[in-house]
Design a protein around this ligand. Structure first.
Ligand SMILES: *[C@@H]1O[C@H](CO)[C@@H](O)[C@H](O)[C@H]1NC(C)=O
Ligand SMILES: *[C@@H]1O[C@H](CO)[C@@H](O)[C@H](O)[C@H]1NC(C)=O
Ligand SMILES: *[C@@H]1O[C@H](CO)[C@@H](O)[C@H](O)[C@H]1NC(C)=O
Ligand SMILES: *[C@@H]1O[C@H](CO)[C@@H](O)[C@H](O)[C@H]1NC(C)=O
Length: 444
């Protein structure tokens, strides 16, 4: 019902303009489902896959996605994923609405979908959005604000000089090209009723190619840049959103939720776990959410984090990207060596083992005793985040558990396994990110 009021008031009273939208959504509960790609609610769900099949695939996707955050290619700007993306959102686009399943991506800005007439579209499960059948589709001009918000190499203009075009490229030769337009985008809230966002800037992609998989027919951009859905809704949602990912999302029905707006943010309860807050670091590459990781403690051993800032021209501050679309966590390899050794030293009651799937490095096999896994604490600036054993370790089979973090020589990434069962709040106004331990399954 809350959401219904929201639609009425937003449609009757408010004109949305780019970056200055003014919904009065502060009191609304904007809660949307995040569908894990491997959950039974996802069209990609394959009941024949075992949990370890899913983890292996998730591992490969993590590696592939981490390359897109790389500072070693010059494809930083669009930061898009192609075959990646762990969570879907069901969105509708246009008038009348056309439903698509899009990847929810904190690693990219412009929301886009495949769009008819296609020059080249990849195979998509479900019908492709046809702009000619929508009464609310409106292209953006080449001098428009949204057009100017695109990076130079992402921006173009059609032959007539009137329609803004975008080009997003990926490190792996995948790309999407199309026109920049505004449309009514609606998202089904968890309670079932759709919430509409009229006048949302998005990309109508008519030449899309590469390793996209046909299930997600586009991207919902939740990044930090000016074109992301979060930035466009701006003050109407207090520039705030949060999500809560269930610890079981890759194995059962558990998925996640995303909330837009002030009400959704972690707040200190009278009892229960406190809110831990750390600065969101702003860099010249403005899509990603950087945090500053100072150290990690394994049981009693505190190891200073030595991974650098990784941005080409910047100081070593903001040394890890927090991302919901990467499953595993990547830590700088020099640091990882010491960290891994500390983990090895701290695990008691277990023999060393190798990962049956050859992915993870530090694995342990139960002996006569139960494995005693160490508590691992991530020390972000101002926020000491204690991980549970399920955040930090993965059970590979009945006997073997492995540390679910891996080394990288490139940018560090705080992935979604370590974020499970936290409410993670992004406050772009205060420029902070907060964590609160919570049972996310209970919020679904
Ligand atoms: C789509 O874009 C690619 C890359 O720019 C280009 O090579 C190709 O010719 C385009 N395809 C069509 C059908 O226009
Ligand atoms: C994809 O196709 C399958 C088989 O045709 C269908 O059961 C499923 O609902 C489709 N999913 C989507 C998202 O359209
Ligand atoms: C998962 O969801 C399906 C369909 O909604 C339901 O039939 C099934 O009982 C659920 N399984 C669990 C473990 O909750
Ligand atoms: C996942 O969360 C549920 C509560 O929703 C809890 O009962 C369960 O122990 C957790 N599982 C693991 C493996 O941590």
């Amino acid at each position: 019902m809350g959401t219904q009021t929201f639609i009425n008031c937003s449609l009757s009273a408010i004109i949305i303009t780019f970056l200055v939208s003014s919904y009065s959504a502060h009191s609304q509960d904007l809660t949307f489902k995040l569908i894990h790609r491997d959950s039974p609610h996802s069209p990609l769900y394959n009941p024949l896959h075992t949990v370890s099949d899913r983890l292996k695939a998730g591992f490969l996707r993590s590696i592939s996605r981490s390359r897109r955050f790389s500072t070693k290619t010059d494809d930083l700007q669009s930061g898009l994923i192609s075959n990646g993306g762990e969570y879907f959102m069901s969105i509708s686009i246009g008038t009348p609405p056309s439903k698509v399943l899009a990847i929810a991506d904190t690693g990219s800005d412009l929301t886009w979908v495949q769009c008819k007439p296609c020059e080249h579209c990849y195979k998509q499960n479900g019908s492709i959005f046809d702009k000619t059948h929508s009464s609310t589709y409106k292209t953006e001009g080449c001098d428009s604000k949204p057009c100017n918000a695109l990076a130079k190499k992402e921006k173009g203009c059609d032959r007539s000089g009137k329609i803004c075009k975008y080009l997003y490229g990926y490190g792996d030769q995948s790309y999407t090209k199309g026109e920049v337009a505004t449309e009514t985008i609606s998202i089904d809230s968890s309670s079932g009723s759709p919430v509409s966002f009229p006048g949302t800037v998005f990309g109508c992609g008519y030449n899309n190619s590469g390793t996209f998989d046909g299930t997600g027919s586009g991207i919902v951009g939740l990044g930090r840049g000016p074109l992301s859905l979060i930035s466009q809704l701006g003050s109407s949602i207090g520039k705030k959103f949060s999500y809560c990912l269930s610890n079981t999302s890759y194995s059962t029905n558990g998925t996640g939720v995303i909330n837009l707006g002030t009400n959704s943010m972690p707040s200190n309860p009278s009892k229960g776990s406190a809110v831990l807050t750390t600065p969101l670091i702003y860099k010249t590459q403005n899509t990603y959410y950087y945090l500053n990781l100072e150290a990690i403690t394994v049981r009693k051993t505190k190891i200073p984090y030595t991974g650098g800032g990784y941005s080409l021209n910047e100081k070593a501050t903001g040394n890890i990207i927090i991302d919901s679309g990467t499953t595993f966590t990547f830590l700088e390899s020099g640091f990882y060596e010491k960290f891994g050794a500390a983990v090895e030293a701290s695990v008691t009651g277990a023999k060393r083992a190798s990962d049956p799937q050859g992915m993870l490095i530090h694995c342990f096999k139960a002996g006569y005793k139960k494995i005693d896994l160490p508590e691992i604490t991530m020390h972000f600036t101002g926020a000491d985040v204690k991980l549970s054993p399920t955040n930090a370790f993965l059970k590979k089979d009945e006997e073997i558990v492995c540390l679910s973090m891996i080394p990288t020589t490139d940018v560090a990434i705080y992935g979604n396994l370590v974020q499970a069962d936290f409410r993670v709040g992004y406050d772009l106004e205060a420029k902070t990110l907060s964590f609160q331990r919570i049972d996310c399954f209970g919020t679904l």
